[in-house]
Write a protein that binds this ligand. Structure first.
Ligand SMILES: Nc1ncnc2c1ncn2[C@@H]1O[C@H](COP(=O)(O)OP(=O)(O)OP(=O)(O)O)[C@@H](O)[C@H]1O
Ligand SMILES: [Mg+2]
Length: 247
């Protein structure tokens, strides 16, 4: 699927989320407006507990906000039924989260190929694409191992390969480099950047890692459930030259 670079992939208005703690509610998102463009790497930064993961979960159909709207890929996300939201995530979203959500019984190769088969690729295509995606994160010689036989950083890289292989329209990453050394962190952020620049994904990346700031097109600061600052650091996204897409 091709995208109009610079077009809005996602926009949210008035997002509010409260959690009950004991007898009181704490408001974790306080009427947040947010948008993300095709071709941008948008970084969300802020202190621990400021609401970053909650924001990403409400934007991506994982956690229903108490109030507010999310329009994603021209769909009013939270007006969909739960099954339709699952389908939306499968069709449009990639996730790179803490916790990885890998299937214990599947090898690295099978984890990635599984998602691609769901997207409609034949078993052979899925396998070939999965091999390429794992090679890109440096896991060629770990492809046949199961999660229990992989290190934390290797598991994180499998999750990244899985998210990138399906070329998602929306790519959500929450601390994608937290379990990685400097070199592998660099590889990952470059892959996120390529998803945006070559394929036009809207990449939304939560991070504490100041090394990643240099790769952002836009940096959004959130504190205590509110956006304090929204700063574009590069010119608005434009379609890449053919050399970049390999077309
Ligand atoms: N399910 C929940 N029930 C109650 N409180 C919650 C729940 N999930 C999150 N919170 C609270 O909401 C606040 C925001 O949490 P969130 O995970 O969004 O923060 P964060 O910015 O991602 O922090 P970190 O950088 O530590 O990951 C925190 O104070 C947290 O304790
Ligand atoms: Mg978090």
């Amino acid at each position: 699927m091709s995208h109009t670079f610079g077009a809005r992939a996602l926009s949210a208005t008035g997002l509010t989320k409260r959690f009950k703690t004991g007898r009181t509610y704490i408001e974790v998102l306080k009427s947040v407006d947010f948008d993300a463009l095709h071709g941008d790497v948008t970084m969300v930064m802020g202190p621990s507990g400021s609401g970053k993961s909650t924001l990403v979960a409400t934007l991506s159909g994982l956690l229903k906000p108490d109030d507010g709207q999310v329009r994603a890929m021209d769909t009013d996300l939270w007006s969909l039924r739960p099954g339709q939201i699952d389908r939306f995530r499968l069709d449009h979203c990639g996730f790179i989260f803490q916790g990885f959500n890998l299937f214990g019984a599947l090898t690295a190769l099978q984890q990635v190929a599984y998602i691609l088969k769901h997207k409609g690729f034949s078993p052979e295509e899925a396998r070939a694409k999965a091999e390429t995606a794992l090679a890109e994160v440096g896991l060629t010689n770990r492809m046949n191992q199961r999660p229990a036989e992989l290190s934390g950083g290797e598991k994180q890289r499998v999750a990244i390969a899985r998210a990138l292989a399906k070329a998602p329209d929306l790519l959500f990453a929450d601390e994608p480099t937290s379990a990685l050394d400097g070199e592998n962190g660099q590889v990952v952020i470059q892959l996120l950047q390529r998803a945006a620049k070559a394929h036009g994904a809207a990449v939304i990346c939560v991070t504490h890692d100041p090394r990643l700031e240099a790769y952002a097109d836009r940096i959004i600061h959130i504190e205590d459930g509110r956006i304090l600052d929204d700063r574009r650091t590069t010119p608005p996204p434009v379609a890449p030259s053919p050399a970049l897409t390999g077309a």
